[in-house]
Design a protein around this ligand. Structure first.
Ligand SMILES: [Zn+2]
Ligand SMILES: [Zn+2]
Length: 255
């Protein structure tokens, strides 16, 4: 296979794997319960999630529910309205760290956001070795470079695996600042087509804030949510199930 094509596939594969975990498993399934994950797969997702993405599933869900609860107010964990678009990058990182610490020490402000999650914060964060997944991916990339003399492929793999802060920034900053609105929600969420294409439907923030429990973030016929295409495929394969929100007790404004 042509080496450059292999590099592109390496980038798309690692980028897509990141989005699969964060957008489908963490966001649509664990946070909003738009779909449920088959129990055996859920165990695998919870065991591997922090290693694959570098991000703790419980910490991410907690921060994201706070975002829905306080969207674009002073208590929003990340909003370009209160900080400007560039500051959203450090803001989302600090908010994530605060959520993790709050969950570990049992702070009600954070634990009350995730009463339905029956699993603890990953041991990587409990034991303050959060950096190990990053070391692992750097090590794997260096191995690809050294043993196969394929440094471009190694860089593509590494960039795809480390892309989440940039994906998050595009969604949290750009899709709450630039775009159009289909719904008059209380926040400043927008639908940003560029972000929606790049981050598999997550750019349709206005649609999503209007109806957080919908598995499909697209509403108009010309809006395409690739994350929902992934979700739909996993439903067809029997790995996910459509959830009936009516069956869940209402526990917050993310429902
Ligand atoms: Zn939002
Ligand atoms: Zn959400």
């Amino acid at each position: 296979m042509d080496y450059l094509l292999l590099c592109v596939l390496g980038l798309l594969g690692s980028y897509g794997l990141n989005i699969l975990y964060v957008s489908v498993f963490y966001h649509r399934a664990l946070t909003h319960r738009a779909v449920t994950i088959q129990p055996w797969l859920r165990k695998i997702v919870l065991e591997t999630g922090n290693w694959v993405t570098g991000i703790d599933p419980k910490g991410w869900v907690c921060m994201h529910r706070l975002h829905h609860k306080y969207s674009d107010t002073n208590r929003d964990p990340h909003s370009p309205l209160t900080s400007g678009i560039w500051r959203v990058l450090p803001m989302q990182l600090h908010s994530y760290k605060r959520a993790l610490r709050g969950l570990v020490v049992g702070d009600r402000k954070y634990t009350s956001m995730v009463p339905d999650l029956d699993f603890p914060v990953s041991w990587l964060n409990r034991r303050k070795v959060w950096y190990l997944p990053y070391v692992l991916h750097a090590f794997l990339a260096i191995c690809v470079g050294v043993f196969f003399q394929a440094w471009l492929l190694a860089a593509c793999y590494w960039l795809g695996m480390m892309s989440h802060p940039v994906q998050g920034w595009m969604v949290n900053a750009l899709s709450h600042r630039y775009g159009y609105r289909n719904f008059a929600t209380d926040d400043h969420s927008k639908n940003n087509l560029m972000v929606a294409w790049l981050v598999f439907g997550e750019g349709f923030q206005n649609n999503h804030h209007h109806n957080p429990t919908a598995a499909n973030f697209a509403v108009k016929w010309w809006e395409i949510d690739l994350g929902y295409a992934l979700t739909w495929t996993l439903i067809r394969l029997g790995l996910l199930q459509r959830a009936s929100v009516a069956g869940f007790p209402k526990i917050g404004s993310w429902q």
